[in-house]
Structure formats: C-alpha cells, structure tokens
Design a protein around this ligand. Structure first.
Ligand SMILES: [Zn+2]
Length: 410
C-alpha cells in the first residue's frame, strides 16, 4: 500500500455518486433512460469532472463519453454506464464510472506512476435502443445501418431521432485506437447475493456468461373446450406446461454449478378460455460461461422434445434463436484485483462469473479486460431500492484504484 494521497478518497466517491443520484431521482433510485434529460445531464456532469483527473473529453456521436490523457506511459481504460433501467437503482453503472474517475484523479496526478487511467461512460448499456450500442460503437462493431434501424423499447422514437433531438447527430463516433490501452477495467454492483451471503467485499469476475435463447413451439389440435373429451385432447398448452416442469426436474443433473435457466414468455394460441390451445410457444433462456455445458443441456432439451413427439399427442420444435458468447476476463487482471483485495479489503474476495451482461464483455473482444464487483444489499438490482453499504462502496473504490495502479506499474 502507498501513502494516503495515492489512495481513493472514499468521501469524494460517495459525494460524486450522490451528485449523480440527484440527477433524475426516483424514490431512492433514479429514472434515466438513454437520451432522457437526466441521462444527458449525467453525461454533462462527467464531462465537467474530467479536467479534475487531467482528462479531456466530450460526448460523441453515439452518446459515449471518453476522457483521454496526454500523460506519457501506458494507458488503462476504465468505466461503465450512466443511463439506468426505468425507475431503477442509483449504483448500476454510475458506481463504475465514479470509481474510474476516482482512479484517474488519484493516479494521473501521481508522478510516481508512469501512465494514466482514461475514463469512459458507454451509452445504452441498459439496452433502451439496442444491445451495448455505445461500447460496440467504440470497438468498431456497430454499423450505421444498425443505428438507422435502432428504436427505443416502446417503438416511439428511432435512435436517429433521439440523437438529433439531443444534439448529437452528425458528431463523430470515437473508436478504439489500437494498442493505446493495456486493457479495460470495470467495476459494478454484483446484482446478486453471492458476496453478501458469503460476507465478502469484492467479487473478481472470471467470465461474463453467454446467453443462449430458444423458441420452443408445441403443436396440438385446437378444439372446443366443452365438447372435446379429455381422453382425446391434444392440448398444446398443457404439453408446454409439462415441458417447463420437466426442464426443472431434469436440468439439475446435467447443468454446471452456476447454470441458470428461465422461461420468460409463454403464449397460447388462440389464448381463449373456451378453446383448447392448438399451439403454444415458450421463449427459453439459458446462461452459462461454458459452451460445453450448454451443448449438453441443448441435447437434453432436444431429447425431451423427441420424447413428447413420441407420445403422439403434440409435436415440439426446439429452435435456437440466440447463441451465447461468454467473455473470459484476463487472468493478469484477475490476479491484480486479487492482490489489491488482499491489500485493501483484507482478502475478502471471491472469483466468480457474472450472470449479467456488461460492457466489459464487448471491450474484451479488442483488449484484455477485467471486472470487479461490490456487494448488493439483498442481491437487489434493476429496482429503485438497489443499494450497497457505504463501507463496501469505499472499500471497492480503494481496491479499484489499487488495481489500476498495479496494472499500470507491473
Ligand atoms: Zn449496469
């Protein structure tokens, strides 16, 4: 550990987080959809703060902010996002941006560190208009056509309209400068209860899980709900419900230790109380960081479908509609976080995969990337009650700054 002036200032970190919370407050959380006034206000707030950290930057043509340094030596990129889910929590995103800003303030002013931290806020991580539009733009994986086609969730506004309303249309989009950065570091609240229930302070993200999605369609026979005898019915809705239960019974024997699966939407056709459904469909999602586990589960899913087919009442079609791409976090970044946790958090850390998606998975496609988590109280997130104890926020900031230093001076 180094002297006090080269450590995170916990009070300053908390004050910054509260300043961002005051922009677009909703109950104890915030409401900052992408390109809303509070979101733009938060980006402007960050741009104003950058000079304190020896950085200069502005909002680019997709809504990203990137603060760059003219200091010599290696550069580490750090950040997260500033928009929120609707009526959601105050830390999901801002925590990582403020930690990055704090690391830049401490390290960029330190003549003992040959190198600098550069700060990013990636636009629309929460997916109001698309999927990781900001970070994908930065790594060069977002086409103009995709921006043309992007609309907000309720379909009221195109991305182009939004960009023009907030005065960003026509601005250039910043893209990654090859070999400029030694890597990317992001902090985030855990959004689960693993750290809290284990009495831990820091999660060292080993990987960000991939998402596999399936459309499972059942075909039976539509008929009259009053006159069709039970024995001869071909009820697609009932077949679907049984299939859901069977998944829950049979997946545990084949899944990995942290595999999760969800049936997020069920539709019955025609969906009327007096008609036996002739067709039914479920959208089913599996998340894991190991494609081999998914391959096993997908085989199981298909063999279960074949069993239903064989029984003869209904037929089942399993279609994969999204193929996951798990992102591995860089081993040396994980080691640096672990060492910093030993120095600043009494070693109360745990290596763990992230079940949620983050910009780090996009940055990981072009540079080494790492992530650290701080505990979420009650594991609650994407809700206005989302919170983290002040002491955990401060410890996380200290670990983050120390990790940045270790990565730059190694
Ligand atoms: Zn987030």
């Amino acid at each position: 550990m180094t002297d006090r002036s080269s450590r995170a200032d916990g009070a300053r970190v908390l004050a910054d987080l509260h300043a961002l919370r005051a922009i677009g407050t909703y109950k104890t959380g915030v409401h900052k959809p992408t390109f809303s006034e509070p979101h733009l206000g938060s980006l402007a707030w960050l741009v104003q703060r950058l000079p304190e950290a020896g950085l200069a930057g502005e909002i680019d043509g997709i809504g990203n902010v990137l603060g760059t340094s003219t200091k010599g030596g290696p550069k580490l990129l750090a950040g997260s996002h500033l928009e929120s889910q609707n009526y959601a929590g105050w830390l999901d995103g801002p925590l990582g941006v403020v930690y990055a800003l704090e690391a830049a303030r401490v390290i960029n002013a330190d003549p003992g560190v040959n190198g600098a931290v550069e700060v990013a806020a990636w636009c629309d991580e929460e997916g109001h208009f698309g999927s990781f539009l900001g970070s994908r733009s930065y790594v060069g994986a977002l086409s103009e056509t995709e921006i043309d086609e992007a609309r907000d969730r309720d379909g009221n506004r195109t991305m182009r309209e939004a960009l023009s309303e907030v005065g960003l249309a026509g601005r250039p989009r910043m893209t990654v400068e090859p070999r400029r950065h030694i890597g990317y570091l992001e902090a985030h609240i855990e959004q689960g209860d693993t750290l809290e229930s284990g009495g831990l302070g820091i999660g060292i993200v080993s990987s960000i899980v991939g998402i596999w999605q399936y459309r499972i369609a059942f075909t039976g026979e539509q008929n009259h709900a009053g006159t069709t005898r039970m024995a001869i019915r071909r009820d697609a809705g009932l077949a679907l419900a049984r299939f859901c239960v069977a998944i829950d019974e049979r997946f545990p024997a084949a899944c990995g230790p942290r595999t999760v699966w969800t049936t997020g939407r069920i539709t019955l056709d025609p969906g009327a109380p007096s008609i036996i459904p002739g067709a039914a469909e479920m959208l089913f999602q599996i998340r894991d960081d190991d494609p081999a586990v998914i391959a096993r589960l997908e085989d199981l899913l298909r063999s279960m479908a074949a069993e239903v087919d064989k029984q003869g009442r209904c037929s089942v079609a399993v279609e994969r509609i999204r193929t996951g791409a798990p992102a591995l976090m860089d081993a040396s970044f994980q080691d640096a976080i672990e060492q910093a946790s030993a120095a600043c958090a009494g070693g109360r850390s745990l290596r763990m995969p992230s079940g949620a998606g983050h910009d780090a998975q996009i940055l990981a496609t072009v540079m080494p990337a790492g992530m650290l988590f701080v505990p979420s109280i009650g594991g609650i997130s994407h809700h206005w009650t989302e919170n983290t104890a002040d002491a955990d926020i401060v410890t996380g900031a200290e670990v983050f700054v120390e990790t940045c230093r270790r990565l730059l001076v190694r």
